[in-house]
Design a protein around this ligand. Sequence first.
Ligand code: HEC
Ligand code: HEC
Length: 327
Amino acid sequence: MTNTMVKVTVFLLVVLGIYLWIGYSITELTGGERTASAAVDVSPEGGEAIYWGKGRCFTCHSVGGQGSAVRGPNHGQFGEKFPLPMGARAAERAKERAEKTGEEFTAVDYIVESLSDPGAYVVKGYKNEMAVVYAPPISLNLNEIKAVVAYMMSLGGDLDMAAIDTEPGELTAGFYGKIAAAAAAGGGDPVAGQLVFEDNCLDCHVVAGEGGEGGEIGPDLSATAKKGLKFIAESILQPGKKITKGFETFVLVDKEGRKVVGLKSRDEGGEVDITKANGEVVTVAKAEIKEITQDSTQSLMPDDLSEAMTVKDYQDVLSFMMLQKGQ
Ligand code: HEC
Ligand code: HEC
C-alpha cells in the first residue's frame, strides 16, 4: 500500500469512529435508560465515595487533614484560612448573598451552584479553574452530584436530604435541570457550548432575544430543546434534509441572468426581497425577474458546520441547545 492510501484509510477509520460514537451517544440518550445512574446512593457516604473516587475532587481539594491537594479550597476546617468546614461555610456564604441581593439563597443552593456553574462565584484567592464535573472526562450524573452535595453539607452543615434530593428549592432545581440536560446531551458542557454557539451560529439565529445580527436568517432557537436532541443533531449535521417552514431557500434569476440565493423575506407590491446567507438583502422588481424557484434540497444553513467544529464543540453546542426551553 502506498503512503497516501494508508493515510486515507486511517482518516476514514477516524471519521467512521466519530460517527459511530455520535450515533451511539444519540441513541443512548433518546432510547435507552441510563441504568448505571441508579448505582450511587444519594447520601453523604455515597458522596464521600464519589469525592475520593470517580468525581476526582481530591485532585484539587482536601478535607481538613485528609488529602494533600491545594489547587482548590480545603473543604474541611483547616488552619486560619479555613475556620469553617464546607457545610457551615456554605451557610455563611449563602447568608451573605441573600442579604446582598434580598433574594432567598440557601447553603444547598451555594454548593449546587459551585458545581453546576463554577464561574458564578469564584472563591477569593483562587482561579476560576474548578472542573465542570458533569462534563467529560469526569461526567458525574445528577444522582452522583446530589450525593456529593450531601457529603459537602454533612461537613458541619445542616444536612437536609429533602432539600438536596426530593424537594429541592427553585434555584437548586434549576441547576439540577441544567446538569440533567448536559448529561442527556452526552455529557457536553453547555457553558463551553454557548461560546461555540456565539462563534458559529449567532449570526443567523436568535437565542433568548440575542443574536441574529445577520438579520434573522434562521429560526429563533429560544425554545428548540422541545424538538429533541435527535432533531437538533440532524439540523446541524444535515440542514438540507428537513427545511423549517418559512425558511425555504429561493433561487431568483433576473432578466440579465444574475442569480440570487436566499430567503424570500418580502413579497409585496412590485418587489421581492431576497435575504442572502450573509444577511445582505437584495431587492428585485418583479418586472425584472426571469424566474424564481424554491430549492427544497439546499438549506441556507451551511452543511459543513460540523467540519469546522471538534467533536467536543459539537457535543457542547448540543447540550447548550438542550437548555433552550423558552420561557
Ligand atoms: C481541577 C481542579 C478541581 C476539581 C477536580 C474540583 N474542584 Fe472544586 N474548586 C476548584 C477551585 C480552583 C475552586 C475555587 C474557585 C471557584 O470558586 O470556582 C473550587 C471551588 C469549589 C467549591 C466552593 C468552595 C468554597 O470554599 O466556597 C466547592 C463546594 C467545590 N469546589 C466542590 C468540588 C467537588 C465536590 C468536586 C468533585 C466532584 C470538585 N470541587 C472538583 C478546583 C477543583
Ligand atoms: C448562515 C446562517 C446559519 C448559520 C451560521 C447557522 N444556521 Fe441553523 N439554520 C439556518 C436556517 C436558514 C435554518 C432554516 C432552514 C433549515 O431548516 O435548514 C436553520 C435551522 C436550524 C435548526 C432547526 C430549527 C427548527 O426549529 O426547525 C437548528 C436546530 C439550527 N439551525 C441550529 C444551528 C446551530 C447549532 C448552528 C451553529 C453550529 C447554526 N444553526 C448555524 C441558518 C443558519
